[in-house]
Design a protein around this ligand. Sequence first.
Ligand SMILES: C[S@@+](CC[C@H](N)C(=O)[O-])C[C@H]1O[C@@H](n2cnc3c(N)ncnc32)[C@H](O)[C@@H]1O
Length: 237
Amino acid sequence: MSFQIPDGQEKSVYVQSKFSVIADRYDLFNDIITQGMHRYWKAFLVKKAGLKLGDSAMDICCGTGDITQRLSRAVGESGNITGLDFSTGMLKVAQSRSSAAESRFIQSDAMVLPIKSNSQDAITVGFGLRNLVNIETCLTEVYRVLKPGGRFLSLDMGKVNIPIIRELFRFYFFAIVPRIGKWIYPKETFFDYFPHSSLTYPSQKKLAGMLEDTGFSNVRYFNFHLGSTVIHYAEKP
Ligand SMILES: C[S@@+](CC[C@H](N)C(=O)[O-])C[C@H]1O[C@@H](n2cnc3c(N)ncnc32)[C@H](O)[C@@H]1O
């Protein structure tokens, strides 16, 4: 447990550079550590976004574009999908797996969205919020950019309430997940960042409260695997 996450702006620089290092095998890592379950959670998230053909949506912290691609399918050719991430390496993979007609990708910090106010029907984020230096700043931006009636959905790790199960998950995330990462990328210490970044991430209830404080309504969340994974849903009134 000696791994230290850098503070403030240094965290941002660290996260941005390290995701670029692991970009080309990030999907494999994700498949192994979730036993493929991330596909199910992402499909659930996109379904809950309630998109129609021709809608506009954005996927922030889009990484390799896994959720972005699913959003593209939901809005069809007449829709507009934007994937946003600040890592050059992750965006390169995202661009290579989707055609220009499907989605556009922009490189930016998720705390400053270079997008018109009231323009998006939905905004999604997968395993992204916990990387941010300031989650509230991002939520305020998301709120600004959504149309009235627009939906925000976040998929991330959650807090498990049952003590023995919590310890089992803790063992898995702190002892096994970094080993899997180091097996894929020998000597890479970034995989210790993943479990440690969840320690300061808000609980299900706390994040729901933060969404309400930002102005969102109809806030709810869906727990998976006893709360170790969670999807938050919120609407802009
Ligand atoms: C764990 S990956 C998740 C990728 C993808 N959403 C998924 O679910 O597979 C987190 C992504 O967030 C991006 N990210 C982290 N902090 C960011 C920030 N401040 N602005 C933009 N992107 C950020 C990283 O570059 C990385 O691609």
